[in-house]
Structures are given as C-alpha cells and as structure tokens.
Design a protein around this ligand. Structure first.
Ligand SMILES: Cc1cc2nc3c(=O)[nH]c(=O)nc-3n(C[C@H](O)[C@H](O)[C@H](O)COP(=O)(O)OP(=O)(O)OC[C@H]3O[C@@H](n4cnc5c(N)ncnc54)[C@H](O)[C@@H]3O)c2cc1C
Length: 339
C-alpha cells in the first residue's frame, strides 16, 4: 500500500524545540518500500526531501518547502547469539531509549550509558551519539543505508562510518545516505564504564558496589532527568554546541586568565574545552530574549520558552558564538542540524 501524503503539516509535534513551521508535504515511512516510493515520487515532482527521526537534533528555521520523510519503521531483533556475543538489529524509526531498554531486558550489555538519549535508531549514527564515556561507535556492528545519489543499497562497517566526536561520514555528507537499519554488537558480560564521577557517585549513594547494566542505566536516567530539561516541558535539543577542541597553547592562554578552565587533554589533537563552562563564564546562563533562552541550570542548552522561532534561536546562538570568539578566541560549532 502506498504511504499517504499529507499536505501543509505543522512540524511542531515533530521537533523537540517545539518550533512551529510547516512542511509542504509529509509522509510517514513504515518500511523500505515506503521510503523508496516517497523518494521516487518526490524526485518526479522536483521536491527536496528532509529525512526526520525524532526531531531532537534539529533547528528548523523556516517552512520546509518540500517533503518531510518521517522515519516510522519499527522492529528490533537478535540476529546472532553465541551465548556471550549478541548481534542485534533495529529499524531506523525505532525510538532510541525504548530500544536501549529492550536490549537491557534481553540481558545484553553495552548500551546502558546511552540511556535516555532522545531520538531514533536511524539518526544515532549521524553524530555518533555519546554520553557518559560511551559512543555508539563502541557498540556499532554495521548499518544498511540507501544512497540517495545512486539509489543503491549499501552496507557500512565501522571503518566506513568514519565516526568521531559528534561526527560521521553521514553528518559530513548531509542528505546523501538514508539509514534504514542499524546493527549493534553487545555482550552478556558487563564491562562497566564508570569513568564519569556522577555515575559512580549515584551508584555509591544507592549502596551499589557491583552494578548491573540495568543499575547503571537507571543511575544515568536519574542524573539526566535532574540535569537536562524535558523537551515535553521545555523545548530544547540537548547540548546546542559541541565541546571545542583547541591547541594546548590556546588552552594555556585561557587558563592564565581563568585558572578554573574546564579542559580535557586529547593527546596530539589538543585539548577539549567544556563549551558549557565557556558559555557560563561569559555570563549567558539563564539569559533570555523573548521566548529564546539559555537554560538557567545548563548553559549548553538553548531553550524555547514557548513561541520562539528557529530564526530567533539561531540568532541567539550566533550572539553566543560571537561573544565566545571575542572573549576566549574559541569557535563554537552548533550541534543540531540547521534546516
Ligand atoms: C534532552 C536532549 C538530550 C540529548 N542528549 C544527547 C546526548 O547525551 N548525546 C547525544 O549524542 N545527543 C543527545 N541529544 C541529541 C539527539 O537526541 C541525538 O542526536 C539523536 O540521535 C537525534 O535523533 P533524532 O531521531 O531525533 O534525529 P533528528 O533530529 O530527527 O535528525 C537529526 C539529523 O539526522 C538526519 N536523520 C534522521 N534520521 C535519519 C535516517 N534514518 N537516515 C539518515 N539521516 C537521518 C536528519 O535529517 C537530521 O539531519 C539530546 C537531545 C535532547 C533533546
């Protein structure tokens, strides 16, 4: 059955900033056939296509004068299991956190630190999602994508994806690859990643010395609920800027003025600075312009108090970038995709 085309659809419920722009057309793709049909029809009609997952890493600054293809495919399965190593696969439209919870319920370990990240499985490789010391590259086994340039299906292995900090071959080539399903290599034995102080501390507070994957997931969920605004209550897209990597000389220069600079050495690549620290130190935390603002507790999170437009949030981001450049000589790069 051909997927239904809807016209003039508000995208407010489809993006976590809650920005009220319209899509000229919207199609819900439930399987590969829906995707192929929609892309063919869009090409015939000369329409640009925006692929949309959970809309949690997007800043929509204008109406989409083309087709929004919303990935609504579902399905998750164990593909191989040797008793210790387990290969699982999920369709692109599967919501990420329920998928993580499903792996934990199967007794599988590896995804626990990535709990409660919004969005879909298909978008996760886009920016190599990461949290609490783990990125999806650490559990990635492969994915199937459609090459929108050639119309051919292609399998990607770990090397093909060129994963890096909030980066991948998919992010570097916007719109080229449409990810259909992703595979993950998980284990039955836990290799805990507790390098982040707050997670260890939360577990200790609960008297847990030898945590299970489930306990780590629950600790991380509770920390995230405290730290990050819930998009259902206050529109946001999580961290709005990437943590910038600068030369050691640049970090030393800033530290000479601000001895409490938060910085993480990255070997030969330089030093990663905490973007949130820079923004907070520059006095932006809690700043508000109309309905666009910087969260009062998290300087790295821009928020929509209600009626902010994408353009207003983008303008605020630009002011912050200019100020950080002028004050610290550091370039901040936006994390959400601008549309
Ligand atoms: C409260 C909050 C907390 C967050 N915390 C984190 C965090 O800890 N770590 C982290 O890394 N991110 C975090 N994020 C960002 C976001 O959740 C992730 O980037 C997530 O993977 C985005 O998924 P999505 O389905 O919402 O993508 P969307 O926002 O729908 O799309 C993002 C980009 O991917 C493209 N895309 C979507 N689906 C596909 C597909 N199937 N194939 C090809 N391209 C596609 C879109 O065109 C767009 O360019 C957070 C966001 C919020 C709101």
């Amino acid at each position: 059955m051909t997927a239904q085309w809807q016209a003039n659809v508000s995208l407010k419920p489809f993006n976590t900033f809650g920005i009220d722009v319209k899509a000229r057309h919207l199609v819900q793709a439930h399987d590969d056939a829906d995707v192929l049909q929609a892309l063919t029809a869009a090409a015939e009609r000369g329409l640009d296509v925006l692929v949309l997952g959970g809309g949690s890493n997007l800043l929509l600054t204008q109406d989409v004068d083309g087709l929004v293809l919303h990935m609504a495919s579902r399905g998750r399965r164990i593909v191989a299991d040797d008793g210790e190593h387990v290969l699982v696969e999920a369709e692109a439209g599967e919501p990420w956190h329920p998928f993580v919870q499903w792996t934990l319920a199967q007794g599988l370990c590896g995804m626990e630190n990535l709990s409660l990240i919004p969005g879909t499985v298909g978008a996760a490789p886009m920016q190599n999602i990461g949290a609490y010391g783990v990125e999806i590259k650490d559990v990635f086994a492969g994915l199937t994508a459609l090459d929108r340039q050639t119309g051919a299906m292609r399998e990607f292995n770990l090397q093909d994806c060129a994963f890096a900090y909030r980066a991948s071959v998919f992010k570097a080539n916007p719109g080229r690859w449409l990810i259909l399903r992703v595979r993950f290599a998980l284990k039955r034995t836990l290799d805990p990643h507790l390098g982040y102080g707050p997670v260890r501390q939360r577990l200790q507070e609960q008297g847990i010395e030898q945590p299970t994957a489930q306990a780590i997931s629950e600790a991380i969920c509770s920390i995230r609920r405290e730290k990050l605004p819930d998009p259902e209550v206050l529109g946001n897209a999580g961290s709005f800027f990437k943590n910038p990597v600068v030369s050691s000389a640049c970090a030393d220069r800033i530290r000479a003025v601000y001895p409490d600079l938060v910085a993480y050495p990255q070997g030969e690549q330089g030093v990663k600075l905490a973007a949130g620290w820079l923004i907070e130190r520059a006095g932006w935390k809690g700043y508000r312009e109309g309905d666009a603002g910087v969260h009062r507790l998290q300087a790295l999170v821009l928020v929509n108090y209600g009626q902010a437009s994408g353009a207003q949030l983008h303008a605020l981001a630009g002011k912050i970038q200019d100020d950080i450049r002028a004050r610290f000589g550091v370039e901040l790069e936006m994390e959400p995709n601008l549309c």
